[in-house]
Design a protein around this ligand. Structure first.
Ligand code: GRF
Length: 202
């Protein structure tokens, strides 16, 4: 444990390639922070294996296991506080983050979304659905957005975006891969800038 560095919890549900990018960035010194905890909404997620391989503490958190959303929120906030978490990075976390967590960590929670918000955001807009919608629209560009998390899905202030071309022969998979490559560069950079206090927050 490094006592001087800000401590980040990364919340995942799946592959965890953004988690890996954040871990790699801490090792490379691009992100001067410690990935102190990985929380998964699913018991089986490849991201949990990535965390274990790096000796990072992991936790499975399922909203539905609690009698109410309020209790789920209280418990998660307590667990994050116990581990002295300073920032939360949502990275493919498919569960609704309890409001108590949003309130306890306001301006310290970010999410990465695989499209140029405010387009293609909101409920149901995740994974393949996003890229299918972009292709159907005829838009000529797409790319990831990193935004602050508030009480509404994909609604918080956009901190940064990266743009990639949409090609005429793209499939959802080829477009997703092009966007994901940018996500891995963008997310660590934005986290460091957030830690540095480089964004005007609400
Ligand atoms: C990414 O496309 C991210 O934008 C979205 O979920 C996906 C997570 O991928 N929120 P991974 O688990 O980081 O590989």
């Amino acid at each position: 444990m490094d006592d001087n560095k800000p401590r980040i919890a990364v919340l995942i549900s799946g592959a965890g390639s953004n988690l890996q990018a954040l871990i790699d960035a801490t090792k490379a010194g691009i992100l001067k922070a410690e990935i102190a905890l990985v929380v998964s909404s699913k018991g089986k997620a490849y991201g949990l294996e990535r965390a274990a391989a790096e000796d990072i503490e992991t936790m499975v958190f399922k909203n539905k296991k609690y009698p109410s959303p309020e209790e789920a929120g209280r418990d998660l906030v307590a667990k994050l506080r116990e581990r002295r978490i300073d920032y939360i990075a949502l990275a493919g976390f498919l569960s609704l983050l309890p409001v108590a967590v949003v309130r306890a960590f306001r301006n310290h929670i970010v999410n990465i979304h695989p499209a140029l918000l405010p387009k293609y955001g909101g409920k149901g807009m995740y994974g393949r659905h996003v890229h299918e919608a972009v292709l159907a629209s005829g838009d000529k560009e797409s790319g990831p957005s990193v935004h602050l998390v508030d009480e509404i899905y994909d609604n918080g202030k956009v901190l940064e975006q990266a743009k990639v071309p949409v090609r005429s022969d793209d499939t959802p998979d080829t477009l997703a891969a092009r966007v994901l490559e940018q996500e891995h560069k963008l997310y660590p950079r934005v986290m460091q800038k957030l830690i540095n206090g480089e964004y005007a927050l609400d």
